[in-house]
Design a binder for this molecule. Structure first.
Ligand code: RB5
Length: 151
């Protein structure tokens, strides 16, 4: 059974346009409502721009989830995690994609378009979407929230 339809924002910089477009196509074909942020082929853009747009959409409740890709996934994950309330996880394989949901309840998934094959990365999105958060980890997330609040 597939994941229930969600509002998902997908963003990239110029280094991961092909992966962004593959993810958008895949999510739309799965029935999700998708907003796309980022440059077209031949254009350049800085990864914090897409990261901010996607992370703010999630933090403000305009999106249920976000997916961000840049060359390595590092830049977008650093930037997205600056937006209060966002848990953006950089994942590389099915194990980290699963644990990002199961342990960290990451609402934003980050990947490297220069590191992963397209189909492999698209599969990681499915793994993440189809994995439920395990409530036994909630106390750790509460500590992250407290850290962010400066308490
Ligand atoms: C852009 O060249 C590259 O630095 C960016 O896509 C990303 O990998 C940064 O973390």
């Amino acid at each position: 059974m597939g994941a229930p339809p969600l509002r998902i924002w997908v963003g990239s910089d110029h280094a991961a346009i092909a992966l962004r477009q593959a993810i958008v196509r895949h999510l739309r074909s799965g029935g999700h409502s998708v907003d796309e942020v980022g440059p077209q082929a031949g254009e350049r853009s800085d990864y914090p721009d897409a990261a901010e747009a996607v992370a703010r959409a999630v933090a403000e409740g305009r999106a249920d989830r976000g997916v961000l890709v840049c060359g390595t996934g590092i830049g977008v994950s650093i930037a997205a995690n600056k937006v209060p309330g966002i848990r953006a996880a950089l994942v590389h394989d099915p194990v980290t994609a699963r644990l990002a949901a199961e342990h960290n309840d990451a609402q934003v998934l980050c990947m490297g378009g220069r590191l992963l094959a397209l189909e492999y990365a698209v599969d990681l999105v499915d793994v993440w979407l189809q994995t439920a958060f395990e409530a036994r980890h909630q106390a750790r997330l509460d500590k992250i929230t407290a850290l962010e609040a400066g308490s």
